[in-house]
Design a protein around this ligand. Structure first.
Ligand code: C2O
Ligand code: CU
Ligand code: CU
Length: 515
């Protein structure tokens, strides 16, 4: 061994290997090739504006289609997309305008498109109650009342959301606001960069694997390959001193802990529903599936830095033997997300103010009603079974986790059962408790809420803004507060659910009417 090493060193081979580490040790296998690819930027779609009306209307045409996408050199992967083969265009809405959306389904299966994070009439929501049959078209629309921010749209088909989003049915929506006074990097694809981050699992032939492992039923679908805007091994060349990165965790089940390779500080400026009260300095940003975070990254000329996702410390609660091991393995994995290369000369960027428009915090005293939601796993229920009102699961540890059973208040999603009726123009506190061994990202339709506290403690500064999805850790009680305004409907419900899509598809969802 020693002799051999000496010999190699004598031949100058170690120094060659050291200077070309990735090339020297990468395999010829396409799936492990280390070659970097330029980050794809989703096409912007501004719609067709009809400004003659009282309220200007922007018209968008979206087509759900199947196609094939090249993630690996010379390999085609069967995928789904919107106006393209994988993912969809970035739609730009403007606050105060109306949007008219025409969605044509050219897939050979039913699907939906849901506008995630929007305050809108439930019939326009695009949830499981608005399926678009194969070959059909859905026309809908609503007024954009939201603040400027980063939103998204995705399939919300009952039982198949997970698979359809996994194959590509998702895209971004950016809301612009004429009234917004803050100057931020806003040159799309130049210093204002959308980052749709997803993990995927590929077979040796390049096809997407979905739910082919036993643990996927419990943990939700995780993969080992990172795609950013559908790009594997992505790099981006920066031309400006600051980059605004609009991060969307569009994974089915994986939570990312974003950080940079040199552990530098960055600032989060926006959460799910728009700008925070002020930029928040941090070195780590954790985003669960469906959560968004806009961050400002500062660069020095010529430098290279990597955006990473860091594995979590190995301190997960013990449950169900083998499953604990798998959970540890999944949660402690780290990934390269995006390599960023700053050009030798960088253009100046706007100063980021220390304070944005301060966020109005909904006062706890405004609430006239409190509801409780218990997130559980392993209740022993069979899929599709409805236990009837009031017969909740007592605890989540009874039935083992193998079957992948997920419930809210002891119930599985049932299209014919309205779980909650809420009175219009009221403010409510929802207490969301998790008695399962996993974190669940809890999402509520119909707009944005605020987090009151986690186990009685006020949330961190970057969780003080508007949110539509909130992590509820194992054993945790999270209280959120929200208003129910503008739209009533006796028939069309809004949904609330876990945004781990395999949990949602398997029952961890409920519905509410605003009346
Ligand atoms: Cu992002 Cu009910 O969904
Ligand atoms: Cu939603
Ligand atoms: Cu869940």
């Amino acid at each position: 061994m020693i002799t051999r090493r000496k010999t190699l060193k004598g031949l100058g081979i170690t120094s060659l290997a050291a200077s070309l580490p990735s090339i020297a040790f990468s395999q010829s296998n396409t799936t492990t090739s280390d070659q970097l690819n330029p980050l794809k930027i989703p096409v912007e779609l501004r719609g067709e504006l009809n400004a003659d009306l009282n309220t200007p209307v922007r018209q968008f045409q979206l087509t759900l289609q199947s196609g094939s996408t090249s993630f690996f050199p010379n390999v085609q992967t069967a995928t789904m997309g919107i106006n393209g083969s994988y993912l969809g265009p970035t739609m730009r809405f403007r606050r105060g305008e109306e949007v008219a959306l025409q969605v044509q389904n050219q897939l050979n299966e039913p699907s939906t498109l849901h506008w995630h994070g929007f305050h809108l009439p439930p019939s326009a929501d695009g949830g499981p109650h608005q399926p678009i049959e194969a070959g059909q078209t859905w026309n809908t629309g609503f007024e954009v009342v939201q603040y400027a921010g980063t939103f998204w749209y995705h399939s919300h088909m009952l039982h198949t959301s997970g698979e359809q989003v996994y194959r590509g049915l998702a895209g971004l929506i950016l809301i612009d606001d004429n009234e917004q006074e803050v100057e931020l990097p806003s040159d799309y694809g130049v210093d204002d960069i959308p980052l749709v981050v997803q993990d995927r699992r590929f077979d040796d032939d390049g096809s997407l694997l979905y739910m082919n492992r036993y643990e996927d039923l419990v943990m939700g679908m995780h993969g080992e390959t990172i795609l950013v805007n559908g790009t594997r091994n992505a790099f981006f060349e920066a031309e400006t001193r600051k980059l605004r990165l609009r991060l969307l965790n569009a994974s089915n089940a994986r939570t990312f802990t974003f950080a940079f390779s040199d552990d530098r500080e960055f600032h989060q400026i926006a959460s799910d529903g728009g700008l925070l009260g002020r930029p928040v300095a941090m070195t780590r940003l954790e985003l669960a599936p469906a959560e968004r975070g806009e961050i400002i990254l500062e660069l020095a000329p010529g430098e290279e830095v990597k955006l990473l996702s860091l594995g979590k410390p190995n301190n997960f609660p013990e449950f169900d033997g083998a499953m604990s091991e798998i959970m540890r393995k999944l949660n402690t994995q780290s990934f390269d997300i995006l390599q960023i290369r700053a050009q030798p000369e960088l253009r100046d960027s706007p100063e980021i103010p220390e304070q944005f428009n301060s966020i109005y915090r909904l006062p706890e005293a405004a609430s006239t009603n409190t509801r409780q939601f218990l997130l559980s796993m392993g209740s022993g229920m069979r899929s599709g079974e409805d236990r009837g009102p009031g017969r909740g699961t007592r605890n989540g540890n009874g039935g083992g986790y193998g079957g992948g059973q997920f419930s809210i208040n002891g119930r599985l999603m049932n299209m014919n059962f309205v779980n909650e009726r809420i009175e219009l123009n009221t403010t409510e506190i929802w207490e969301v408790r998790n008695n399962s061994p996993m974190m669940h990202p809890f999402h509520v339709h119909n707009g944005q809420f605020q987090i009151l506290d986690r186990d009685g403690v006020a949330p961190a500064a970057n969780e003080m803004g508007w949110k539509d999805t909130v992590k509820v850790e194992s054993g945790e009680l999270v209280r959120i507060i929200m208003r129910f305004t503008d739209f009533t409907d006796e028939e069309n419900a809004y949904m609330y659910h876990c945004h781990i899509l395999e949990h949602e598809d398997r029952g961890m969802m409920g519905q509410f009417l605003v009346v």
